[in-house]
Design a protein around this ligand. Structure first.
Ligand code: HEC
Length: 158
């Protein structure tokens, strides 16, 4: 027992000293501890990332659209489709250069006609719209020079 408890004590001591060291370096937390507001906003801006982060959400939601259609839950499909629009358009704030292709390829009428097909709750129309939407996602990836994005399982859902 005695032989075992010594290394354990040393380990605990090390653990607590690391924790208090980190607190001493950063007493107010990683944002408030910055020297200036400029530096704080830089931290937040970097943390919020670029277009990849909204696209990640768009990908997750597109999979949810697929799931909603398999359940014939057209309201849910429409919900995610609306959130996809918000997410892409919020992404323009971060990367304005993505807007022209998104507007001309995705929001050129495709977004709206897909939405109307989901609202119709017509199974055939809704699945056709799913394919149409997917085609527009993939076309924008090609136009933006990231065509390799299209070679992943998400775009094999049908
Ligand atoms: C501007 C046109 C554009 C449209 C429209 C678009 N994308 Fe993207 N997408 C991109 C770009 C650009 C990237 C790469 C982002 C980066 O490199 O920071 C990307 C990346 C992605 C990624 C990878 C994200 C990651 O980091 O894992 C997924 C998934 C994705 N898009 C899905 C979709 C889906 C699904 C749609 C349609 C509902 C869609 N995209 C519509 C431009 C677009």
């Amino acid at each position: 027992m005695r032989n075992l408890s010594r290394p354990l004590l040393v380990a605990y001591a090390l653990m607590f000293s690391t924790v208090s060291l980190a607190q001493a370096e950063n007493p107010k937390g990683w944002i408030l501890n910055a020297e200036s507001n400029e530096e704080r906003f830089q931290l937040i801006q970097g943390y919020l990332r670029g277009f990849d982060q909204p696209m990640w959400e768009v990908g997750e939601r597109y999979e949810k659209v697929y799931e909603a259609l398999t359940r014939e839950n057209y309201k849910l499909a429409g919900y995610h489709w609306r959130k996809i629009k918000t997410t892409i358009q919020n992404g323009y704030l971060k990367r304005p250069k993505r807007q022209p292709n998104a507007d001309s390829i995705f929001f050129n009428g495709t977004w709206k006609s897909v939405k109307e097909a989901f609202d119709s709750a017509d199974k055939k129309k809704a699945w056709k719209a799913f394919e149409e939407g997917k085609g527009a996602c993939m076309a924008c990836h090609r136009a933006e020079g990231v065509g390799y994005m299209n070679d992943q399982s998400l775009f094999e859902l049908k």
